[in-house]
Design a protein around this ligand. Structure first.
Ligand code: DWN
Length: 390
């Protein structure tokens, strides 16, 4: 059942080089599956249409994520004492660089990004995650006792194949660790910008556990983490009656039921809040511009592409975006064609307001821009509702 229409959208990570470049567009509709509670985008794209040889997103681009993956690596080494590790969607090696190169393997289909991992000495296969690939890997490397995947599984259309392939090469006693944005946090934060062509699914514990059930996999433990505006890290094993569910799993299940994640009404209420958010955001920008102030964007994120195109915000409101990613600089925000410039520290002389495209890194950004804040520079965030901060 479709509950939200975010309008005509371009592909999030395809930054045009010129304002006249033609872009592919699709209608971004969000669906609630009454049977299993899965939230997905209606129009689903195959991985090879999105993750190609010039993918611009690098996971190591923020200190926050580097630190988060470093801490997880230490935990895996000390708590699980398992040493043969496979990562699905290893990006630039931000996680695997913390492990012994001999016992680890990364899968990354975007060749430009895989190259960055290889430069760190990591063994990487530039391939899409499929059942055939898992069989090929099993023949060459055997099974793995840790399989990790961050912000990747939700990007692959065929979940049955994803988990069949994982089952094929996970040791009987192995652990699958996956982390992705939490549906509960998305709903609480009105973070509708987590929906775009790459985020095919947004999982809740309730929906993911149902999908895993079919594959004889069970979530035994989970952690709510701050990554990407609120994510859940799931610890999953092959189903075995001896394995007990942790209290955190039971707590999450209760919380999601209490917050109605299994009911369509919850998402209809969410849709109304999203529509309100759009009105407030547009009015806020209009008011600021009527006072002759300058607004720029901070972080040319995939999320910001959804917001700008849904709210129809062009360079009439936001002059340009700053971004630290070389692959995005000197290009334009998809759809609305706002220029993206190489990042420079914010200066009050040039900027009155900065719209936080990368709101998920608010703490890191505020720390970096403390002089701008001291000089009474302001940020705008649409999360959890449009407002000026501080
Ligand atoms: O799931 C996905 C997530 C993990 O990454 C992908 N589908 C695509 C991507 O989504 P995103 O673009 O919304 O992710 P981020 O991590 O919020 O992007 C941050 C952007 O902001 C990067 O382009 C780097 C930039 N940035 C910056 O310019 N200055 C980030 C920080 C912290 C900064 O200080």
């Amino acid at each position: 059942m479709i509950f939200l229409d975010l309008g005509l959208q371009p592909f999030a990570n395809e930054y045009p080089k010129n304002t006249k470049d033609k872009e592919k567009k699709y209608r971004l509709l969000i669906d609630f599956n009454k049977k299993n509670g899965v939230i997905s985008i209606k129009k689903k794209f195959q991985s090879n249409k999105i993750f190609k040889k010039d993918y611009p997103y690098r996971s190591s681009i923020s200190k926050t994520m580097k630190e988060s993956f470093r801490k997880l690596s230490n935990k895996i080494k000390h708590k699980f004492r398992k040493n043969k590790i496979l990562e699905i969607g290893c990006n630039d090696g931000v996680f695997l660089k913390n492990f012994n190169r001999k016992n680890s393997l990364g899968i990354e289909p975007c060749s430009n990004i895989a190259k960055l991992s290889k430069r760190k000495g990591i063994n990487v296969l530039t391939e899409y995650w499929t059942y055939n690939l898992s069989s090929k890997i099993k023949r060459k490397y055997g099974k793995f006792n840790i399989i990790f995947s961050a912000n990747t599984i939700t990007h692959i259309q065929n979940l049955d194949e994803v988990f069949k392939a994982i089952n094929n090469i996970l040791d009987d006693d192995g652990i699958l660790i996956i982390q992705d944005p939490s549906l509960l946090e998305l709903i609480k934060n009105n973070a509708y910008d987590q929906f775009y062509n790459e985020h095919i699914y947004v999982f809740s514990y309730l929906s993911l556990s149902k999908i895993l059930d079919k594959h004889n996999l069970k979530i035994l433990d989970l952690e709510n983490i701050k990554d990407h505006g609120g994510s859940i890290r799931y610890y999953i094993k092959k189903n075995n009656d001896k394995n007990k569910l942790s209290t955190s799993v039971l707590k999450q299940k209760k919380l999601e039921i209490k917050n109605g994640l299994n009911k369509l009404e919850t998402f209809i209420k969410f849709k109304k809040r999203v529509e309100n958010s759009k009105k407030k955001f547009v009015n806020l920008l209009k008011k600021i511009k009527s006072d002759n102030k300058k607004i720029i964007g901070y972080g040319a994120t995939a999320k910001a592409v959804t917001v700008l195109n849904y709210c129809k915000i062009s360079s009439k409101y936001v002059d340009y975006f700053f971004d630290t990613t070389p692959e995005k600089q000197n290009k334009f925000m998809p759809g609305v064609k706002i220029p993206i410039k190489k990042y420079k520290k914010l200066k009050r002389k040039f900027v009155d307001f900065a719209f936080l495209g990368a709101w998920n890194f608010k703490e890191e950004i505020f720390f970096k821009e403390n002089n701008y804040i001291k000089d009474k520079g302001k940020f705008i965030s649409h999360i959890p509702f449009p407002k000026i901060i501080p």
